[in-house]
Design a protein around this ligand. Structure first.
Ligand code: HEC
Length: 210
């Protein structure tokens, strides 16, 4: 925090010097100031990564996915068929909100430099037989980033399918997107989280690829 504030203040001070150059100060000195001011601006990204992929799964993707999966259902009871679906403006707005969270969280997990576990923290099923540790998952992702990105993009696209279904107020499209989402979550986890588990493989997932 303090460090970046200091950098910011230096940058502001340099910008002040450049303005002074523009007003006709000595040319040679102006050239030097310009290159010094440009360099840090190019090197530094404004983005600061805080959460691990695990945190984004636990706090954004999982709750939103659950909300979307549960938003439409058909249950047969002794009293007859019970159809659950969003009906009011507020209920559809909630579906839309979770679709937005899901689609954009899918982008967050694809960001370069994002670790599986938040620095120094490990969540969840660490040590469960058959499951990869955060470190192993990170290695598996690095070894086949294209597949990881493919699943991440599929998750984004399913978020968009939910978004469009919410905007059209189409419960059938919500259910269809729910089925696709199930396969996308499972497919990525089977490859990058619990390859040791005996779960029917996602069509894309050749067992020997593990
Ligand atoms: C692009 C790949 C990918 C997709 C798609 C994906 N996940 Fe994950 N998920 C991971 C990885 C990687 C981990 C961490 C595995 C580890 O810790 O070893 C994880 C972990 C989790 C966890 C455990 C978090 C914890 O407590 O450690 C949950 C819950 C989860 N995912 C839910 C979901 C759900 C629900 C979906 C679908 C809506 C989904 N994930 C889609 C890659 C993915």
């Amino acid at each position: 925090m303090i460090n970046s504030l200091a950098k910011l203040l230096v940058a502001v001070a340099m910008a002040g010097t450049l303005t002074a150059c523009g007003r006709g100060e000595e040319i040679a000195a102006c050239g030097e100031d310009e290159s010094a001011a440009d360099a840090p601006a190019e090197a530094a990204s404004p983005i600061k990564l805080t959460a691990g992929i695990q945190d984004i799964m636990l706090d954004m993707i999982d709750p939103s996915a659950d909300f979307l999966w549960e938003s439409v259902s058909v249950t047969e009871t002794a009293q007859g068929v019970e159809e659950k679906q969003p009906r009011t403006d507020e209920e559809w707005a909630e579906v839309r909100k979770h679709a937005i969270i899901l689609a954009e969280a899918a982008n967050l997990i694809l960001m370069e430099g994002r670790h599986v576990a938040r620095e120094g923290k490990v969540l969840g099923d660490h040590g469960t037989p058959g499951n990869l540790t955060a470190e192993e998952a990170e290695k598996a992702i690095a070894a086949d980033r294209a597949t990881y990105e493919g699943f991440g993009q599929a998750l984004h696209d399913v978020g968009v399918a939910f978004l469009e279904a919410a905007e059209e107020r189409n419960p059938k499209a919500i259910m269809d997107a729910g089925e696709t989402m199930d396969q996308v979550c499972e497919g990525c986890h089977l490859k990058f989280w619990y390859p040791g588990q005996k779960i029917p493989a996602f069509p894309d997932q050749a067992p020997e690829a593990h």
